[in-house]
Write a protein that binds this ligand. Structure first.
Ligand SMILES: CC(C)(COP(=O)(O)OP(=O)(O)OC[C@H]1O[C@@H](n2cnc3c(N)ncnc32)[C@H](O)[C@@H]1OP(=O)(O)O)[C@@H](O)C(=O)NCCC(=O)NCCS
Length: 190
């Protein structure tokens, strides 16, 4: 399987910006720290944020070192398929597929994807999902799922385009800013 730093594909946005989809690497530490904390800022400052769970508080450099070390080990051990989107060396999105850790769920992957808000809606997510689906199949996975806010139309559309179908709703899974939101699970076979 593909290891740290591997480039999956490159493409150009309508704006002319060049996007590289690749596996993360040690040198991404500071870029990842900026990326994760800009999502934390979004969640704290934008009441209409479409982000799902997590992003509750700022991440320290030490915590990010730990996360990156664990993630690189998981990539090398093939329990995670990782993909970041890089524009001019800046990380603007992170996606991964995590394999089930039991013998009887080892063929299943959970997909998660996040992107800095200003880059959403330009086709990057669709390409990342498509590429992660292809890599999951290559890695021998047979099923995938993803979970996000039920009213996140962009995510629903992006996953539908990649062959996912609605598997279920978890009513009131998320409580945020005094309101409940439903979680939506989509899934597909590979
Ligand atoms: C969900 C996410 C990864 C999608 O990536 P993206 O780059 O924004 O999505 P794309 O630009 O590829 O758009 C996907 C589809 O949604 C459509 N779309 C874009 N904005 C939309 C909107 N506001 N309403 C409805 N559909 C929309 C696009 O037209 C496209 O459909 P098409 O291919 O049929 O034209 C990204 O928006 C994101 O990170 N959101 C916040 C985090 C999140 O919700 N993660 C959950 C996923 S596990």
């Amino acid at each position: 399987m593909f290891k740290v730093g591997h480039v999956y594909r490159r493409f150009t946005l309508a704006s002319g910006k060049k996007v590289t989809l690749r596996v993360l690497r040690w040198e991404d530490l500071d870029g990842l720290l900026m990326f994760i904390n800009s999502l934390v800022n979004e969640k704290q400052g934008d009441k209409k944020s479409t982000l799902y769970t997590g992003f509750d508080r700022k991440v320290t450099r030490e915590e990010e070192v730990e996360w990156l070390a664990q993630t690189l080990v998981a990539i090398e051990g093939e329990s995670v398929i990782n993909m970041v989107a890089d524009i001019n060396g800046k990380i603007i999105a992170n996606g991964d597929v995590t394999r089930g850790r039991y013998k009887d769920t080892h063929h299943h992957g959970h997909m998660g994807l996040t992107m800095i808000s200003k880059y959403r809606g330009q086709g990057i997510g669709r390409r990342m999902i498509e590429t992660l689906v292809r890599e999951s199949r290559r890695a021998g996975l047979r099923t995938l799922d993803a979970e996000f806010l039920a009213d996140n139309e962009t995510a629903r559309r992006a996953y539908e385009r990649a062959g996912f179908k609605q598997a279920g709703i978890i009513p009131h899974k998320v409580f945020r800013n005094g309101r409940y939101f439903d979680g939506l699970i989509m899934a597909r076979e590979l």
